[in-house]
Write a protein that binds this ligand. Sequence first.
Ligand SMILES: [Zn+2]
Length: 1007
Amino acid sequence: YLKINKKLNFVKLMEIKHKPENDKRVSQDSNLGALKTMPVLDVFQRIKEEQIPEQDITARKYIHLPTGATVVTVEADDPENVFCIVFPTPVDNSSGVPHIVEHSVFCGSRDFPLKDPFKQFLVGTVGRFLNASTHLDHTRYPNSSSNEAEFKERVRFYLNTVLHPAMIETVFEQEGHHLHLTEKDGELTRQGVVYGEMKGYVMQMDWAFAMESLKAIHQSGVYAVESGGTPEEIEKLTYDEFKKFYREHYQLNKALIYVYGKLSEEKKLALLKELLEEEGDISKPVPPEPPSIPASPPLKGQEVKEVQYDPQTQDVEKQGAVTINWRLPRDFSARNLIFWDLMEALLVGDDTAPVRKALLESGLGTELIETGVVVYTDPPTFHIGLRGIKPGDAKKVEQLVLQVLKKVAEEGFDKDHLESVFNSYEFRRRERYNGSTPRGLLLISPIVDGWLRGEEPIEHLKWRDNFNEIKGKNVADQKEFKQAIKSCLLENSERVRVDFMPAPGLLAKKNEEEQRRLKELKESLSPQEIDEIIARTWNLIRLQRADDPPEAVAKLKFISIDDLPKKCNTIPQEEQEIEGQVVYYQPLNTSGIVYPRVSYDISNLTPEELPYLYLYTKFLNQLGAGNLSWEELIKEMGKNTGGVQASTYFDLAPETRKLAARVEISGSALSSKGSELVDIFQRIIESPNWQDKDRIAVLLTENVDSFYRWLRSNPLSFAERRLPAPFSPNAALAESVFGVNQFLFLKKILERDDAVEHLSEMLSKIHSKITSHSPAVISLTADEQSYKDFSSQLARLAKLLPSADGVNSASVLSVPNFSPENEAIYQDMGVCFGGCAGFIQDNPLGIKGEVFGKPAYMYLWDKVRVEGGAYGSYLYFNYPSSVVSMLSWQDPNIARTLKIFKTVADYLEKISQDDLRKAIVTTVGRMDWVDHPKLEGDKAFRRRLLGITDEMRQRWRESLFNTTLEDAKTFAELLRKTKFRTVLVGPQSVLKDVEGVDGKKLVELSV
Ligand SMILES: [Zn+2]
């Protein structure tokens, strides 16, 4: 796993300072025995402790004296404990060595001598997160669990893994690269997990834009290379260099350890003390060695660089792109990072932000790319990019950007825009909404980014004081903002423009070149050398196929089924009637925020209208409404709310297979701003301006372009969405609105001369059909006080719903038909994506079928990832739809993988009681995950829509607990009987010869 393009996530809030205390040093001669019996706090020197009320946390920093490790603990009222160990891993070449090391440490260690212990933890755990990631200059190993015993075992495993990995040569070959040849007359290939993974990244154009922009602005050193590796450089890395890199960087006194969660401070430290004494070298105390990663050298002046990239289409007229990149001052203080975060929002954050607005309306390009501040490099940088330009227009784009910046530097930002940005910033931080990511994981980035630059990491968890100070200072005259635009952007000579020139066929050429080189290499080898490669290949395959010794597997400790709660957790919900409308209220602790959602049943839409829903939901909150222009409406939303947006929702009710197809408008605001929030709902529902053709034209270009980009960069999700479409009505709808069919639909819309007029008319018609005639209900998630404050507004909101005599509730949505044939989507790339899916008829197992995805995952991990060189592969059974899918991604051996899919049934039939037990733990454990109150409220509402009761969920839970090996045999039998269709995305040269799982050829689906 490789993470490069992340934005720093400031998630913080006030402070009460405490003096550093407990400054007791362990004397140099303390021996091991004495250490073990020392009180926990004596081995941790506390450097800092702070309560951070705006985050509801207390953070502490220590040095673990025996090992010199830096430790940051965060106490939070959150059951999901998080651990992370971080090593600075700067590198000045693109051999991918930090990335290959990151993968390899998980392939067996001193106390866990298994070929792949990480795989074992993919199943049998209730923890929500287990992974590792290579960043530009450091490597992270995070995991999480709400179960204390499990958490301790995972921390033990992680420490043993990073501190005592086996790192044998075959592991390097498997994860890094090796020449692969199984027989004399076979084709010589180069394989390796990281090698294949990076081939997958290289083909993504977003990746190219990001990496080339960073390389250009940093020029040399750590931030001007690819820490993940490029295929050409990876193959040059040797085993000795790999071992040396590990030895130099993986030392405890260079590491940062982070522990987050509800566990008491005593428990956290006791756990670390015990495990660090077991895993670390405590023979003599070592002082910490703070990170010292060299900044990239200054630029001599402004520059222009030209880079070729593959647009993966022959039509290059508007496939150029440009980024303008600046180096910012080397100030990594928490205040400065917040300052630039705000600057990003002000300049390019939404469509009303001056630079973004000017670029989109200029017609020079289609969508912004790589835009905003990057704080995880040294120095930090700022980027503004535009794609979909005519090659050659880059200079025009740059001039426009500079012109707008100049204007803002003189006149400042529009007052409403400023207020909107400040309010949104504060709202998002207060809300702390993080999707389904455990919160403890989000705090890692600010801590690490502070620590790597020699800043106090705990300071980077706070935001309120700095934010208020910046706001107070700039709200009147904006002097500081104007000055920064002038000195850091306009007058900054350290600026590089990168012109991306489309070169269709570049990737294909690269692949051909690689094949040619390997062919030539093979021809140049002597028979002895060929024999040696064959012998090494088989040696690796034999090792990969060998079973781990049972006594080694037994060393991994897992929680048992009995550790799981017998009862499923529930979410409170009340059904009410307000103004004649049904309201589902979820009383949850939302910290003063209300989350209303209006949900329309869209069964009254015709099949012709359905495909428009993608653009409809994207446009709805981006147009003007009533007497407000689109800009005024966006600013109004920003100033007073957390936003209002539209979305579609398709699902299938379990047992009844009843389809849920909805369009929903949802929003959020502090309860004190409830009236403003409902005003916005009212405007959007009653009077959106579908006549603003200029705005529709801009939105059309922008959204079609981002859809196009999505298809190119996420081939897996397209295959995933398309596969079940013939078997399940919700999947068919999702495919039509978000899948390849949507892509084809958008293409047709663009071909129309009257596209904008047509959309204006159609979307307006669909809007009035939905908001006047579709039966609707309201969901509201809020704490009890906020609910009270909001109640009169809730009544107003209810009045906006179609009245009972206007709705047409008898209609049945007609779902588009998909033929279950095998399909291939051709794209120039070195690897393939996709797999197969089928409908399981008469499933006697019910929800138990979901259990078997877990052992299948472990099997596919071995066969498709480890042996086959794909990045990943899985089996997924969806209970409500009864569709089973098997997919793999970044797969260099797709034909082989499809054969493996056919053997999954044989494997499942023979799984052990232990594998089954682990699979049950994971399946049931997932049901117990608790998310942000907003998501919990949505979950309860969805269950209500689908008729899922708590009794039903309890029945499922018991049924899952009672899954047997007999059931595994039944599931295997069902798999054998299932007719699978195959859908693949990949190069034509490979896919034209591939046979689907059913033995039939693939039909080209032209996009
Ligand atoms: Zn990786």
